[in-house]
Design a protein around this ligand. Structure first.
Ligand code: F6R
Length: 610
């Protein structure tokens, strides 16, 4: 949420920063800005709109300089506008800052600073930080000390990057609750809120921890704790295995299409080395739990937000079905606020693609504080949630750039199927059933590719349904999380209102909304509820509603107004396969309506604010 880029080195900073912003734009895209030292002062250029709008403003000017900071914003305090875009400066124009996060005592700080005669130039919570740093500068010997002093007055979260016109060879950066990573080059340093902005320059990175501050120069960086005691911290650079090539569109028109198409390969990566054919189980070494500990798990609780939460619901269903252990899922954003009873024998699973979602991270911290055992199911290696959990399953989906999550969600479900298999096989799941699941997981990539091969037909169906204002997604039992995920995908990228219901619940109220204007997508797996789901379709049709059935059952084409057929795998894994056509349906509906599929309005990837 919001993207930060900084550079100090030997190249012209302007182009490094603009390119970095372009790669981070998925983190926020309502405004953008850049600041570089120029003639003893600062040159700040910012604009409402996309990074391209900023580029159009910056390129004709050409700011010469080898240090600079930049930002792409997702508004929290203050509407998207030129004046609210970052960087923000102090009144003298000497200090510029870019900030991710939320300053909770911003109103109080603003009132105090205004009382001291400071004039504010924006409505943001962030601007106060620039004024506080400027106020501290005369009383301190370094920029870092001034930033430290300012942060001592601030309550809230930040990923913060500071530029001082009087010290054009250094940048100061600090982290509390919002990610910051340093990229170490040869005589140059890169700073970003996300490795996406760094990987085309360097693979050597240092992740700042919460409560750390760093002074960064072209050939060195020094880290310490933010508090006044300023204890030096030792950071060993790590080499990340993500490459720039993984961020390339590779011939796809947009990242969403690429990431949907990538899924078979992503699933293969998630399965690699983890399926044990001999004992019909899974190897998940990252859990760091021996069979006795696995047997001792009394309950499994999945925690995540948005689509990660729906994947957790699917995980809970799989664990109950395969391992016969009570399992539930809950939005991490709610869990952390309801003073949960933490069961020391339960296994808590924190689910996150980005590994930075603030609510999920806070739930992990709350669990650990109460002695709960929590593992991560995280995609981004080195992310805050992965590091906080210390154990878990990496999703291996590869970088996900499009705001709507697709391949990470699929790999969450695949990982939970393996977790359920492992938990089941240390209990009473038979070897024969274990083998069925192992074989089913093995066949998933080909089944996914078979669905994707059907894309032209799904695109035609999407075009037929795209004029709807509202849609129902109907799925029962196993398919309920899939229905919710289908509705989520459609609403977030096409802006069509969509709700998920269990077929069994329709007649208890929602059926009143069915008419010729309200189509329903009904998930129709070939399972013990097939006849009941067919009855649901009849009930919808009898009220004039159009039905799109997604099915792997041997049902006639005229059972619904349109039918998408998907391959059979293993019934327990059907929800994973059924998710793929729903992604394609949402994608092509959004394209039909002319939406920006990678950057849906009002949203941003990686929600690092509350
Ligand atoms: C939906 C979507 C969001 C995320 C949610 C959690 O397509 O992308 O609902 O799933 O914000 O994000 P992570 O997984 O990064 O914690």
């Amino acid at each position: 949420m919001c993207g930060i880029v900084g550079y100090v080195g030997r190249r012209q900073a302007e182009s490094v920063l603009l390119e970095g912003l372009r790669r981070l734009e998925y983190r926020g895209y309502d405004s953008a800005g850049i600041a570089l030292p120029e003639n003893g002062g600062l040159r700040v250029i910012k604009t409402q709109g996309r990074v391209q709008d900023l580029r159009d403003k910056v390129e004709p000017v050409t700011i010469v300089g080898t240090t600079g900071i930049a930002h792409t914003r997702w508004a929290t305090h203050g509407e998207p506008s030129d004046r609210n875009a970052h960087p923000h400066t102090d009144s003298s124009g000497r200090i510029a800052i870019v900030h991710n996060g939320i300053i909770e005592n911003a109103d109080q700080l603003r009132a105090e600073l205004i009382g001291q005669g400071v004039a504010f130039a924006s409505d943001t919570d962030s601007e106060a930080i620039a004024h506080l740093i400027a106020a501290a500068l005369p009383h301190t010997t370094s920029l870092e000390a001034a930033v430290r002093s300012a942060l001592a007055q601030v309550r809230g979260t930040y990923g913060l990057l500071v530029l001082d016109a009087d010290r054009p060879d250094e940048l100061v950066v600090a982290r509390n609750g919002s990610p910051i990573v340093l990229g170490i080059g040869d005589g140059e340093m890169f700073i970003a809120s996300d490795v996406a902005a760094l990987v085309h320059h360097t693979q050597r990175v240092v992740f700042l921890d919460d409560g750390e501050i760093a002074t960064v120069r072209a050939d060195e960086f020094r880290t310490s704790t933010v508090g006044f005691d300023a204890e030096h911290t030792t950071k060993v650079p790590t080499t990340i295995d993500v490459t720039a090539a993984e961020y390339a569109l590779a011939g796809h028109p947009d990242y969403l299409r690429k990431e949907i198409a990538d899924q078979a390969e992503a699933v293969r990566r998630a399965l690699r080395g983890r399926l044990d054919h001999r004992f019909a189980t899974a190897h998940l070494g990252g859990l760091a739990m021996d069979p006795r500990e696995l047997r001792g798990v009394s309950k499994v609780v999945f925690l995540g937000c948005g689509s990660a939460y729906y994947a957790g619901q699917l995980g809970a269903a799989l664990v109950e079905e395969l391992a016969r252990i009570p399992a539930t899922a809950e939005p991490a954003s709610e869990f952390r606020y309801r003073n949960p009873v933490v069961d020391p024998d339960a296994l808590y699973v924190a689910i996150s693609q980005s590994g930075e979602t603030m609510d999920t991270l806070a739930a992990v911290q709350e669990l650990q504080r109460k002695g709960g055992r929590v593992i991560g199911a995280v995609n981004v290696v080195g992310s805050a949630i992965a590091r906080q959990c210390g154990a878990g399953m990496f999703l291996h989906a590869g970088p996900e750039v499009s705001v709507a999550s697709t391949k990470a969600v699929t790999n969450m479900a695949v990982s939970f199927a393996m977790l359920a298999l492992l938990l089941g096989r240390v209990r009473d799941l038979s070897a024969a059933d274990g083998k069925r699941i192992v074989d089913g997981l093995h066949s998933l990539p080909d089944a996914i590719d078979a669905v994707i091969a059907d894309e032209p037909a799904i695109a035609q169906i999407a075009a037929r349904f795209a004029k709807a204002q509202n849609m129902f997604f109907v799925g029962r039992v196993r398919m309920w999380p899939t229905a919710r995920e289908g509705a989520q995908k459609l609403k977030e990228i096409s802006y069509i209102h969509a709700e998920a219901y269990q077929g069994s619940e329709l007649k208890h109220g929602p059926l009143a909304l069915i008419d010729a204007e309200m189509p329903s997508v009904v998930l129709l797996p070939d399972d013990e509820l097939l006849a009941k789901n067919l009855t649901t379709i009849e009930q919808i049709k009898a009220r004039g509603g159009a039905v799109l059935a997604v099915t792997n059952a041997d049902v006639p084409d005229d059972c619904a107004d349109a039918v998408i057929r998907v391959p059979k795998t293993t019934p327990e894994l059907d929800p994973i396969i059924f998710t793929i056509p729903l992604q394609l349906l949402a994608y092509h509906t959004a394209l039909t309506l002319g939406r920006d599929v990678d950057k849906p309005r009002n949203l941003a990837k990686s929600v690092t604010v509350e």
